[in-house]
Design a protein around this ligand. Sequence first.
Ligand code: IDP
Ligand code: MG
Length: 141
Amino acid sequence: MDNNRTFTMIKPDAFSEGNTGAILQKITNSGFKIVALKLTQLTPEKAKAFYAVHKDKPFFENLINFMVSGPIVAAILEKKNAVEDFRTLIGATNPEDAAEGTIRNLFASSMSKNAIHGSDSDENAAIEGAFHFNENEILNH
Ligand code: IDP
Ligand code: MG
């Protein structure tokens, strides 16, 4: 995956509150093309593997319990400068700090229930995309 792709998950809070459609619309209206999309639910094993970088943080157990608490929507998105532009679109981790109009500003309720994930580097975008999707589930064009 080059710098034209990023990976996202609409988290259980946003899905259960019925915000999936509005969030996907905001993403596509912002110039991102969906090249893979899946409604799924993480197992504790998958959630722990996905967030392994945070395993020693005090919020790790809370994060895992939250991420397995309901369905998520995983997607691979394509746009020039995808990783950086998508982080701008979702806003800061803490919704209180998220800029006006960002997805976390609009749909997140707390630091843990913050509506959406966005990869933080091209390398992690590739790893995270491959974690959730097989090659034959990703549009190639
Ligand atoms: P990011 O999602 O903005 O990249 P990270 O620092 O990578 O933020 O943290 C991953 C996720 O862990 C966050 O999206 C959030 O759900 C949760 N998290 C991070 N820091 C805290 C915290 O201090 N308290 C509770 N949850 C946190
Ligand atoms: Mg992160």
